[in-house]
Design a protein around this ligand. Structure first.
Ligand code: DHB
Ligand code: FE
Length: 252
């Protein structure tokens, strides 16, 4: 039962924290510092970000689904109800959207290789400066977000721009924590997907780009080699190909 698991986890977490308080002989001043930090994270509305960065990768990895392609963390920036676009298509952009033009293309397949027409790739990414619409207030709603439907051959072909690397806001409590831990606050540039098709388990994953300076030191430790693409130049665009595999829904 999930509730029992969560209860057992909660009890163990409290016991671990108490042990660490004793082991490090935490003073009253230290305790107030720690308490203030935890309250600050909430007041800055950074819990979704901080929890996903610290812990989602761990949960995602051992919940991988047999038969599916390689998954990755969802992170805190998905927004439901993005506009629907039929492939080939572009993600919603501003006129003269800044950044290197990028085409992402490939197929969505079942484990036996059968292409899946009508599969939906819910796609979201940062703009070239690393900002996500709905979270960076200057960006228009649904910028670089769409639910892309595969064509009759189960293929997708998405025109977008190369995302910028994402930086955890340096001025907030999460940024202060990473500085304290001697970690930089960057995630490598990436495009998010949650892909679904009738009769199949949805797959949440991300694609990364070779030569990104943060691939080996992602603050969320979420990069997997299989998800790193090497885009090729084509005219003035970059083009990258990737096939997604969705596991079959278990009967019953
Ligand atoms: C996290 C994931 C992301 O994709 C992102 O852009 C920011 C944070 C995360 O794991 O918390
Ligand atoms: Fe992201």
């Amino acid at each position: 039962m999930p509730v029992d698991r969560v209860a057992a986890f909660a009890g163990e977490l409290v016991a671990h924290v108490r042990k660490s308080l004793v082991r490090h002989e935490i003073s009253y001043a230290d305790y107030q510092t720690i308490k203030r930090f935890l309250i600050d994270v909430g007041e800055a509305d950074e819990w979704p970000l901080l929890l996903d960065i610290l812990f989602e990768q761990t949960v995602e990895t051992f919940n991988a689904v047999d038969g599916a392609g390689v998954g990755a963390v969802e992170g805190p920036f998905h927004v439901p109800d993005a506009p629907v676009r039929h492939s080939p298509c572009a993600l919603p952009q501003r006129p003269d959207e800044p950044g290197q033009a990028l085409r992402l293309t490939g197929a969505v397949r079942a484990p036996d290789g059968t292409p899946l027409p009508g599969a939906v790739l819910d796609t979201w990414q940062a703009d070239a400066t690393g900002g996500y619409s709905h979270f960076a207030p200057e960006l228009p709603a649904y910028l670089l977000r769409a639910r892309v439907v595969t064509d009759t051959a189960g293929r997708y072909d998405i025109r977008t721009v190369l995302p910028g690397a994402y930086q955890v806001p340096a001025a907030g409590p999460s940024g202060r924590l990473f500085a304290l831990l001697g970690k930089h606050p960057w995630r490598p540039a990436h495009v998010h997907f949650t892909i679904s098709a009738p009769g199949h388990r949805p797959l949440t994953t991300q694609l990364y780009f070779a030569d990104d300076p943060w691939l080996d030191s992602d603050v969320a430790e979420a990069v997997k080699d299989e998800l790193v693409l090497k885009p090729r130049p084509e005219d003035r665009d970059l083009v990258a190909e990737y096939d997604f595999v969705l596991a079959t829904e278990e009967p019953g």
